[in-house]
Design a protein around this ligand. Structure first.
Ligand SMILES: Cc1ncc(COP(=O)(O)O)c(N)n1
Length: 246
């Protein structure tokens, strides 16, 4: 089965991160991508700009895509503000599929991509919503101080499940050196610690969070369960970090 994945994300024209990276990951996982830009961005070495999409166009693009066929999974990347969020939510409310939510509000260089607050993300929670915060985003969502250990990540993943998310993947790529590297997946009352080896990331290989969430959406859309989907998506990102290709 070829899962059809609806991608809501910011367009970054070089494809290092954002919507084009998402499309590449979904296709590499054997899915079909429907790419709806929530914002246009420019992210160069000296240039940065974000222009939110018009909510009317966003609604029309989601509606038009759905007229051509079913959506098997939805991936939420950058959503620049509350009006794009509520519009997309309304256009997708009757979609019976997993949503993968990457709560990305700034670029890895620290530039603001979104005005959404934790309250907006917590309102997206539901039994078939998998949220993929990194350590910093998990602390931000929960209003907690910085998370520095695998135990903190486990605790945060469980706390986000309590807030109504069906599954939570806390990405531990930024754990302190001594802690090794571990992602934590919590779902259905279980918490799994997935260890990994730290890979050197060449600076041009960005968009790992985008690719992880999109690969995950493709797997969930095909009917893979959360644990196997996360393992496949982690492998996808490892391959991308090693080779620079999806
Ligand atoms: C449109 C868009 N989406 C996501 C990211 C995050 O990616 P990164 O963490 O690599 O900066 C980004 N920089 N731009």
């Amino acid at each position: 089965m070829r899962p059809r994945v609806l991608l809501l994300a910011g367009l970054e024209p070089t494809g290092r991160a954002g919507l084009l990276a998402d499309v590449a990951a979904v296709r590499a996982r054997g899915g079909d991508a429907v790419a709806v830009p929530t914002a246009q961005t420019a992210q160069g070495s000296h240039t940065f700009a974000v222009v939110p999409a018009s909510p009317r166009m966003l609604a029309a693009q989601v509606t038009a895509a759905r007229e051509w066929g079913p959506v098997h999974a939805v991936k939420w990347g950058v959503v620049p503000g509350p009006s794009q969020l509520s519009t997309a939510k309304a256009a997708l409310k009757d979609v019976d599929a997993w949503w993968v939510v990457d709560p990305v509000v700034r670029s890895s260089r620290g530039q603001a991509l979104s005005r959404l607050t934790p309250r907006h993300y917590l309102a997206l929670a539901g039994p078939r919503v998998l949220v993929t915060p990194n350590l910093e985003e998990a602390a931000w969502l929960l209003g907690r101080p910085a998370l520095g250990t695998v135990e903190d990540a486990q605790d945060a993943a469980e706390a986000l499940c309590q807030r109504g998310f069906g599954a939570v993947l806390v990405k531990g790529g930024h754990l302190p050196e001594g802690q090794g590297l571990a992602d934590v997946l919590a779902f259905s009352g279980r918490t799994l610690v997935m260890r990994g080896r730290r890979l050197k990331r060449p600076p041009e290989r960005r968009g790992t969070g985008c690719r992880l969430a999109s690969a995950l959406a493709a797997e969930l859309g095909r009917g893979t369960g959360p644990e196997a989907a996360v393992r496949a998506a982690r492998e996808h990102v490892t391959g991308y970090l090693r080779t620079g290709r999806d």
